[in-house]
Write a protein of this length. Structure first.
Ligand SMILES: [Zn+2]
Ligand SMILES: [Zn+2]
Length: 168
């Protein structure tokens, strides 16, 4: 009897997917999970800042083809961490969609060290900036059991039960 467990990257990406379902923007639904040492630090999805109406209720606020009402999923995850005093130093962010230029810059200064995304969002400048800054950035497919997430801090699965991080 075999049961396939998802790898860590898949696991966190699925949680990012769940977060994206909370999005309040009509244009895009994006979810993000900030994680470190196999633990979730914060989550986010794209939506209006607190106290402002949702795109779902009043329509998107369009400027130059983009909805500018929302904070992006990555930004909301970073801000949630900030609001609760959680350090994002050395964290990995899982995002359902490739980060834009602004989010890329914020992630760099929040000292996130690895970006994992699934859907491509071609922003040449953001990509160039990430490459120049040397931040790890990887695209993963959805639902790919045990083929991802066995990188830096994982001894190939099996004994890596949740709650027992083996970080050095
Ligand atoms: Zn919107
Ligand atoms: Zn963004």
């Amino acid at each position: 009897m075999s049961r396939q467990r998802p790898g860590w990257d898949t696991y966190f990406m699925r949680i990012a997917d769940a977060a994206s379902e909370r999005s309040t923007c009509l244009r895009r639904s994006v979810g993000a999970v900030l994680a470190k040492e196999r633990r979730i630090l914060a989550t986010g999805y794209n939506g209006a800042p607190e106290g402002l109406p949702h795109c779902l209720d009043v329509g998107c606020l369009m400027v130059d083809g983009h909805c500018v009402r929302t904070l992006h999923a990555e930004q909301n995850a970073l801000l949630q961490a900030a609001a609760h005093g959680v350090s994002t130093e050395g964290a990995t962010i899982y995002v359902t969609s490739e980060p834009c230029l602004q989010c890329t810059k914020m992630l760099l200064n929040a000292r996130v060290r690895r970006i994992v995304y699934r859907d491509e969002y071609a922003d040449a400048l953001a990509r160039a900036l990430r490459a120049e800054a040397g931040i790890r950035c990887e695209r993963v497919e959805d639902s790919d059991p045990e083929t991802h997430g066995v990188g830096e801090d994982d001894g190939q699965s099996g004994r890596d039960e949740a709650g027992a991080p083996s970080e050095t």
